[in-house]
Design a protein. Structure first.
Length: 201
């Protein structure tokens, strides 16, 4: 399999992750992200679950994991076509989306729309407040997303991450969902176009 074929395969594979993210965001927005259910009647557990299954406290951690994993995959897909030696492969065989984005910027500097979109969700000084507060509160960086959005503890099974400010966020969370979906739908077109351009060279 050629590098171009591998690049196309990984980008095609990544589409399942972003499809899940966008489908879930659409349902979360439709639900209104309520933190509680108010009713004049007794609320059954089944009813409560059905009304809150797309609220941020039910989906935000896995949603963000899928979103950042998608970013990792598309960046690797773009960078894979540039590999000429083993050292080049080492530059992309990790989960650090910050480093991958720097490599992308070095090699695709004209892709301003894609860069601006990805930096909005990876650079602390650029990202939505809801995310920035979470990363600052926990002393985390997006580069380690593969750990804290995958496990609630470190390798010694010590609980160490606080997810409270990205859960039960009501209107702030709903606004975040709407902005994220809008950004994905807008900039995915540029991402797909670049992928096709590279595949057709």
């Amino acid at each position: 399999m050629t590098l171009k074929e591998k690049s196309w395969r990984i980008k095609y594979f990544s589409d399942q992750y972003i499809t899940m993210v966008t489908n879930t965001l659409e349902m979360a927005i439709k639900s209104g992200n309520p933190a509680a259910i108010i009713s004049g009647n007794i609320i059954s557990e089944e009813y409560f679950i059905s009304k809150t299954k797309y609220c941020d406290y039910s989906i935000i951690i896995s949603l963000l994991f899928l979103f950042y994993h998608w970013i990792e995959l598309i960046l690797k897909g773009f960078l894979l076509v540039l590999v000429k030696k083993d050292a080049d492969m080492k530059k992309i065989s990790h989960h650090d989306v910050i480093k991958l984005l720097e490599e992308f910027k070095n090699n695709f500097s004209d892709e301003k729309d894609i860069i601006n979109f990805l930096e909005k969700y990876t650079r602390k000084d650029n990202m939505p407040t809801l995310l920035k507060v979470f990363f600052d509160k926990n002393g985390l960086s997006v580069k380690d997303y593969y750990s804290f959005f995958k496990y609630p503890f470190d390798r010694n099974f010590n609980i160490k991450y606080d997810y409270s400010n990205i859960q039960y966020t009501d209107e702030e969370g709903l606004a975040f969902f709407k902005d994220l979906l809008k950004d994905i739908n807008k900039y995915k077109k540029s991402i797909v176009k670049l992928g096709r351009d590279l595949n057709n060279k």
